[in-house]
Design a protein around this ligand. Structure first.
Ligand code: WT7
Length: 659
């Protein structure tokens, strides 16, 4: 766990404060009294926020807590998420307003899509899915680049009540297949490929390969994005359908059906402490209330004047909550960008901000750090005076990165909202309010109105200010996960057993409260790494390594990395019959992990070692391996079964590469 005293002491030295700009505070969507108002009666507060949406039938009960931790929100209520994100804006006379300024990676490849056009396309896609046999309750997998059709696909699924599971386009065929299998998705929506780093990058072959590993897929709907050659066996007439044929020919008329507030909206897979990813289930009403309220409150969105841009991929929860559902429910105009930040030039993001006059910008610390490295000359070439608010998410933002972000990108004018939340929470939970809170670089500050969170000790007692402990959420919130797909026991076990007595949700993060009681999130306390703001499980990567024929045993740790926050470092014992593994063993293993999970899980370093440090009961002591990976002096080894092993490993008796 990273709540060590050194970290705490360093953070305590941070005393810079940034007051909200007076004009922003004066016109802010949410003011300071919201905290007290919400605390007085959280149920009534969330019912008020639910009025932001259009309900076909009003709810009877705001929160049904009769069967914890299986909470239900807005029971009896009925609504359609797609109607709320699209149709109602058109009906209110805002059909000509741009919903998406889409920017493809190749220069000049852009599309502006109004709410009226979005409504037509979503309706067509909904009709096409129905035509392909998708019924309410069926799961649909989406494996796509950042093109408008990805959002259309998600909304079309929501429109017909078919929960989607979006799989990040960077995941491998194996990872895609296991997710499809787990939730039994009968249709996949994909594209031939997308543009990344100046070149077309194929997706369809991975879908074809995934289909050989699972038998549930009946149809594959394919957007033609790059026009690349699909290869000799790259099209199966019985299964594959072009989007432009099926969706293009469908009617633009579609009446959205109202679904129960607790109807499943989507399943999003995320890493846990075991090898098997967890299917986080979000439902409709509470999720939409939570994402739309937080988007309004934390980003202070003024739909008529703001241009909002969240750089996340739709394959992660950030894309779901703060590109698709929150912003569109709020009628925002936003930028959607397909490619990498540095293509064709290193200042591409800043050029887009200048070109579209982006006012609110939401990105991750890992990206900010990579821009810091390139220097301020690149962003300084652009006029970014339109920006009025910056956001950060995914991992703790280092104070220096925060200051750089605020100064260099925000011209020393813009507040930075450091937003803490998770795939499981669905919505932002701990964050400054930009018109209320004086920001502290490195602190996510306090729970937003309507949310109760705390930092507690081993026994679940709140720690005093100035101390560290476990981050918990102490009361249900509307956009909370409802369960893990097909695994209620694991849901209870993972999140609700650690502080069962108190009934707290355990987030898996360590945190501290400073002398003002503000929260500093310090990172994961379990065997989950955070690489570039994405969760990876050590066990999952270990299993991938062990599935290689030359590997006997593997231990994976997350080591602090200046660019990605944490990086994957693997220690591998080879099987005897593999000898020294051959000259290319490290590359071979690295490619294997890439194939099993995807490039994001590729180890920064693989060390071939003769032994692993274990306790007498056989538990791998990851803490010691982390010390070696971070090149620290190796800590206490007295509980090791064979304390000589660490000397061997530290002395570099290992084959290793970094790339
Ligand atoms: C984990 C959740 C929420 C969308 C992106 C990641 C870490 C997230 C912060 C923050 C410190 C943060 C936590 C959390 N995290 N935001 N502002 N400060 N840590 O979603 O993949 O579900 O990961 O990301 O460790 O538990 P996720």
């Amino acid at each position: 766990m990273t709540t060590d005293h050194e970290t705490l002491a360093n953070l305590l030295k941070e005393d810079r404060r940034f007051e909200p700009p007076a004009d922003l505070a004066a016109a802010a969507n949410v003011s300071g009294d919201a905290y007290e108002h919400a605390a007085k009666d959280p149920g009534a507060f969330w019912a008020e926020q639910a009025e932001r949406l259009t309900w076909a039938e009003k709810w009877d009960t705001v929160l049904d807590d009769s069967n914890p931790p299986f909470f239900k929100w807005f029971t009896g209520g009925k609504l359609n998420a797609s109607y709320n994100c699209v149709d109602r804006h058109v009906e209110a006379g805002r059909g000509d307003k741009v919903a998406l300024h889409w920017v493809g990676e190749p220069e000049g490849d852009t599309r502006d899509i109004t709410y009226a056009q979005l409504k037509d396309e979503v309706s067509q896609a909904a009709n096409a899915l129905t035509e392909l046999g998708v019924e309410t309750g069926d799961r649909v997998a989406i494996y796509m680049p950042m093109i408008p059709e990805a959002i259309v696909a998600m909304l079309a699924c929501a429109r017909i009540g078919a929960p989607h599971t979006v799989v990040f386009g960077g995941f491998s065929a194996d990872a895609l297949a296991s997710r499809i299998d787990d939730c039994q998705a009968k249709v996949i929506i994909t594209s031939d490929g997308g543009y990344r780093r100046g070149a077309p990058s194929a997706l369809k072959p991975a879908v074809d390969e995934a289909r050989t590993k699972t038998s549930v897929v009946e149809k594959v709907l394919v957007v033609r994005r790059t026009g690349q050659d699909l290869g000799e066996n790259g099209w199966d007439d019985d299964v594959d359908v072009w989007w432009h044929d099926a969706v293009g020919s469908a009617s633009t008329e579609h009446t959205p059906e109202a679904f129960d507030a607790e109807h499943p909206l989507y399943v999003m897979y995320t890493s846990g402490t075991t090898g098997k990813p967890k299917g986080i289930l979000h439902t409709t009403g509470g999720y939409l209330v939570g994402t739309s309220y937080t988007h309004h409150a934390v980003f202070d969105l003024k739909p008529e004047t703001d241009v909002y841009w969240c750089t996340a991929d739709i394959g992660w929860v950030t894309g779901h909550s703060y590109i698709v559902y929150g912003p569109l429910a709020n009628g925002a105009t936003q930028v959607l960008y397909e490619g990498t930040p540095d293509s064709p030039e290193r200042g591409r993001w800043w050029q887009i901000i200048e070109q579209y006059g982006v006012t609110i910008f939401y990105t991750a610390p890992t990206a900010i750090r990579s821009f810091m490295k390139q220097g301020r000359e690149i962003p300084d070439q652009r006029d970014m005076s339109s920006l009025r608010l910056l956001g950060s998410v995914g991992e703790p933002i280092n104070p220096e990165a925060y200051i750089w972000y605020r100064n260099t990108i925000g011209g020393d004018r813009t507040p930075v909202v450091d937003t803490w939340w998770q795939t499981e929470t669905g919505m932002i939970m701990i964050s400054p309010l930009p018109g209320v809170t004086a920001g502290k670089p490195g602190s996510a500050m306090t729970p937003i109105p309507g949310v109760s969170a705390d930092v507690v000790d081993d026994d679940g007692n709140p720690v005093p200010n100035g101390s560290g402990g476990y981050l918990v959420v102490t009361a249900p919130w509307p956009s909370m996960l409802r369960t893990l797909w097909g695994d209620d026991d694991r849901y209870v076990d993972t999140y609700w057993s650690r502080f069962k007595k108190q009934g707290y949700y355990f987030a898996g993060d360590g945190a501290k409260k400073d002398s003002d009681g503000d929260i500093w999130v310090l990172g994961r306390v379990d065997d989950v790494m955070n690489v570039s703001g994405h969760r990876l499980s050590t066990t999952e990567i270990e299993s991938a390594l062990v599935s290689h024929p030359k590997v006997a045993e593997a231990a994976v740790v997350g080591a602090t990395d200046p660019d990605t926050g944490q990086a994957v470092v693997a220690y591998v014992i080879l099987r005897e019959n593999a000898g020294d593994g051959g000259a290319d063993i490290v590359k071979e293993l690295s490619d294997h992990v890439r194939k099993e999970i995807g490039p994001i899980a590729k180890p920064r370093q693989i060390m071939i070692v003769p032994e692993l440090p274990k306790t007498r009961s056989g538990k791998i002591m990851r803490r010691l391996l982390r010390d070696v990976a971070e090149k620290r002096e190796v800590g206490d080894v007295t509980t090791l079964a064979d304390s000589g092993i660490m000397d061997l490993i530290s002395a570099g008796q290992a084959t290793s590469t970094e790339d």
